[in-house]
Write a protein that binds this ligand. Structure first.
Ligand code: NAD
Length: 297
């Protein structure tokens, strides 16, 4: 029987533990606070920001919200970041991507105070992660580590194959897998768009993480017997549903399930974990900035 890994269930457990961590901050007189900045041409971006704010409210994190229209100058966005950077009551900052074309996305990442960079994308935080001393683990790969741990899957000594080398998923996932710590110690291969004989690599994986951004790209023929398959992809494909589309992963679920020992569904796998780990980082940031010890799950 293949285990279907329930990301909603694990994320709910983590959120419940995070509420306790918020109580610890409050007991020390600290109100954790998350500042979001929305300036995006993507109509879905507003929904993403409000989902993150709702998640915060659910565990007791306050939110501040700045909204800019896409025709405003980049300076206004930078000024909003500076204001959050300088406000001691704001512990975590997120600028929802994508930003408009006239805004230099790299400059946005570098503008955020690294101590408040709860996505973990500032070059200083990327450097710390690669050096082996992460300040904030990026949310999606961190969520995958937690999902594996909760499912009782040990990564030590395993062959992990990551398909994708993006800044937000593939690269940090590989960096976490090779760390000398629990949830790491895996022998890790990173595959990407120029990889030759991809199936040969993926078939060899004990743990296969797929973040290629291509609907149902990895099918059962590319999965080794008994592998653990983590599907990061979220793709909207046309479908005969009320909304006119459905969400599918980067893995062809039914055929991969035939081979895997455990697999994440889409939706309900990695997605909820990414959201939970953002809350984790905001609470961690608040504890660090206010010098309060908090028990993180
Ligand atoms: P991206 O487009 O930045 O990166 C895709 C990566 O896949 C690239 O590094 C590329 O080299 C690799 N790739 C593309 N074609 C390939 C091929 N033929 N063979 C091997 N590798 C190939 O995407 P991303 O931001 O890393 O996101 C990947 C997917 O995960 C998307 O579907 C995205 O929506 C989803 N995502 C989900 C979550 C979540 O919380 N579940 C979080 C982030 C991203």
């Amino acid at each position: 029987m293949t285990e279907i890994i329930d990301g909603n269930e694990v994320a709910a457990e983590i959120r419940s533990d995070l509420s306790t961590a918020v109580d610890q901050l409050r007991a020390a007189g600290v109100e954790p606070c998350f500042g979001t900045i929305l300036m995006s041409p993507d109509p879905a971006a507003e929904t993403y920001v409000s989902m993150k704010q709702n998640d915060c409210e659910e565990v007791g994190i306050e939110t501040r919200d700045v909204e800019l229209t896409t025709d405003e100058p980049a300076e206004k966005l930078f000024a909003a970041i500076d204001e959050f950077n300088e406000d001691p009551d704001v512990h975590g900052i997120l600028v929802q991507s994508p930003t408009p074309e006239h805004v230099d996305e790299e400059a946005v990442l570098e503008r955020i105070d690294p101590r408040k960079d709860v996505d973990g994308f500032h070059p200083e935080n990327v450097g710390k992660l690669v050096a082996g001393t992460p300040r904030f683990k990026p949310c999606t790969p961190h969520g995958i580590q937690k999902l594996l741990a909760h499912t009782g899957i040990d990564t030590e000594g395993k062959d992990a194959v990551v398909v994708g080398r993006s800044r937000i998923v593939g690269k940090p996932m590989a960096n976490l897998f090779i760390r000398k710590e629990e949830g790491g110690n895996a022998t890790t291969t990173v595959c990407h768009s120029r990889t030759e004989n991809l199936a040969e690599k993926t078939q060899n994986a004990d743990i296969l993480v797929v973040a290629a951004g291509r609907p149902e790209f990895v099918d059962g023929s590319m999965v080794g017997d008994g592998a653990v398959v983590i599907d990061v992809g979220i793709n909207r494909v046309d479908a005969d549903t009320e909304k006119g589309y459905e969400l599918v992963g980067d893995v062809a679920f039914e055929s991969a399930k035939e081979k895997a020992s455990a697999i994440t569904p889409v939706p309900g796998g990695v997605g909820p974990m990414t959201r939970a780990m953002l809350l984790y980082n905001v609470i961690k940031a608040a504890g660090q900035q206010e010098d309060v010890d908090v028990d993180l799950p």
